[in-house]
Design a protein. Structure first.
Length: 522
């Protein structure tokens, strides 16, 4: 742990100007193979690295290069660090950091001192453009920091703390704008996705998840406009982006009230959906609803992963999602048409058949009941916010999966329930697994028990998958799933990344309030 203190900003200033330089949107669109300049490494969400110095043959020789411990009060790290010009940038609620990527030496630490509250559930990370670092505070402020010093440049409120919104998602730079989502479902407020100016934070466009007027698309899936206007669908995960199609892919959260459903019959569009938006205008191009009429708080906010593949002999631009409800989808990302619609764990909440769009059809008997309904997956889901990965080398989609049961109850069946209007109990018969899925068919190629927590995943051209293991981080053969290495650093709480500096490849992961970097020791 290494820190240098100057006032309210922790700072090492002597070498920053020489080391740091502005990051352009073009560099994010086509990132250097040695860097990690945006949340998923690139716009695709694949979390795949072409680096091969660490591979399936030598990964067993990894050893700790450095450790960085957050200062007291820094919280748990859920953020993916960004690697730009030899420096790691990351965030926790109300804090942002710059750390030297070769040594773990802290360069600066910014604290948001104007905090008015908000849900400190976690912060997914920062965005970088030009000479600025951006992150969102729990009390709904988008903050711009000087990349060299960590000093505050401006802040802009992007949601209302008084209406029980909060900030947790990592902003994503798309072209000349920041794409920013919102969190919060306690007061039945409408969710939205913003495009904002990186110079001022001013709003460029806003897309509401649920209909806000009687003429908006999807209004027919709500009983009335008032319910739609308060319908939720929070946008609490970072987006992915296809520069050729100029489409931003946003995944949306659960409808509101979260569990009670008597006053919101219908599919409740565009909650629990994957939605493609024009990056310039915010206009919707298409949608696919992963959980129509979600009554189990499952959302559909899991990463929409973009890749190209051959389907029935034809090259296609594809998107895949392993959704929290246990379903696995492959879509044509230009049109939203369903190609594969199956499940990656055994579920019981929907019928075996799909609708004409390839969407699941919920079984009404598995809705929450006054007497209780036994449902799998449980409220935590078959997967959650932690990132999957896709390897173009193997053609496999990898996800940390969980099968468990909960009993779901309605405690307020009225037309005007208070709060969620229900709850779940238990995570019975829980089984964790790391799964590899064939995107062409949805077939599980291999599945191994997962004894550690739920981390994000990283795949590399070295035929290695990095993710959680018992009490730490592990490496697995990407082709077979065979365990190759592990280190007991504590439960991994973010998605590991990899980068190369001075010809040496690093793997970095967070465990609680600590970052650990690994290199080969051969």
């Amino acid at each position: 742990m290494r820190r240098f203190v100057i006032g309210s900003v922790l700072l090492l200033s002597t070498v920053l100007s020489a080391q740091q330089s502005g990051l352009t949107s073009a560099q994010i669109e086509k990132p250097a193979t040695t860097s990690w300049p945006t949340f998923n490494g690139d716009y695709s969400g694949r979390r795949y690295s072409t680096l091969t110095k660490i591979n399936a043959s030598n990964v067993k020789h990894l050893s700790v290069a450095w450790i960085y411990d957050l200062p007291a009060g820094g919280g748990i790290v859920k953020a993916t660090p960004l690697l730009v010009t030899g420096i790691l940038y990351f965030s926790t609620p109300d804090h942002a950091y710059a750390v030297e990527a070769r040594t773990g030496r802290e360069l600066w630490h910014y604290t948001w001192t104007k905090n008015r509250g908000g849900m400190h559930i976690g912060n997914r990370g920062v965005a970088i453009l030009g000479e600025s670092v951006f992150f969102v505070t729990p009390d709904c402020n988008l903050v711009s920091l000087d990349i060299k010093t960590g000093r505050e440049q401006w802040f802009k409120e992007v949601c209302s703390l008084e209406m029980m919104y909060f900030g947790s998602a990592a902003p994503v730079v798309v072209k000349d704008r920041l794409i920013v989502g919102v969190s919060g479902d306690d007061l039945d407020q409408p969710a939205y996705l913003d495009a904002r100016s990186p110079e001022t934070g001013d709003l460029i466009w806003r897309w509401y998840v649920t209909p806000q007027t009687k003429d908006d698309p999807g209004i027919e899936t709500w009983p009335n406009l008032d319910m739609a206007k308060h319908g939720g669908g929070m946008t609490w995960q970072p987006v992915t982006y296809d520069p050729e199609l100029n489409l931003v892919y946003v995944t949306t959260g659960n409808p509101q009230p979260v569990v009670a459903y008597a006053n919101r019959e219908g599919a409740n569009l565009f909650t629990a959906s994957i939605v493609a938006l024009n990056a310039d205008t915010g206009k919707m191009a298409w949608y696919f609803q992963a959980s129509p009429h979600d009554t189990h708080d499952w959302d559909a906010t899991q990463t929409p992963v973009l890749f190209d593949g051959v389907i029935n002999g034809q090259p296609r631009k594809l998107m895949a999602q392993a959704s929290r409800n246990g379903k696995f989808f492959v879509l044509d990302r230009a049109t939203g048409r369903s190609i594969v619609s199956t499940e990656f764990i055994k579920t019981n909440w929907s019928f075996d058949r799909r609708d004409e769009r390839g969407q699941p059809i919920p079984n009404p008997e598995k809705r929450p009941q006054i007497a209780g309904a036994l449902v799998t997956p449980n409220q935590g889901g078959a997967t959650n916010w932690f990132s999957p990965t896709f390897s173009p080398q193997t053609g496999l989609f990898y996800v940390n999966a969980t099968r468990a049961f909960s009993v779901w109850y309605i405690y307020d069946p009225s037309d005007n329930p208070m709060g969620w209007g229900g709850t779940d109990r238990g995570g019975y018969a829980e089984q964790g697994q790391l799964k590899a899925i064939d995107f062409k068919t949805g077939e599980i190629r291999w599945s191994i028990p997962r004894y550690g927590g739920n981390s994000g995943l990283l795949s590399t051209a070295g035929n290695v998958i990095f993710g959680s293991a018992a009490s730490g981080i592990g490496a697995y053969n990407a082709t077979t799933g065979s365990p190759l290495w592990n280190s007991r650093i504590g439960g991994v709480t973010n998605g590991p990344i990899t980068y190369e500096l001075d010809g040496q490849q690093y793997v970095v992961a967070a465990a609680g309030s600590r970052f650990v970097a690994f290199v080969l020791n051969e």
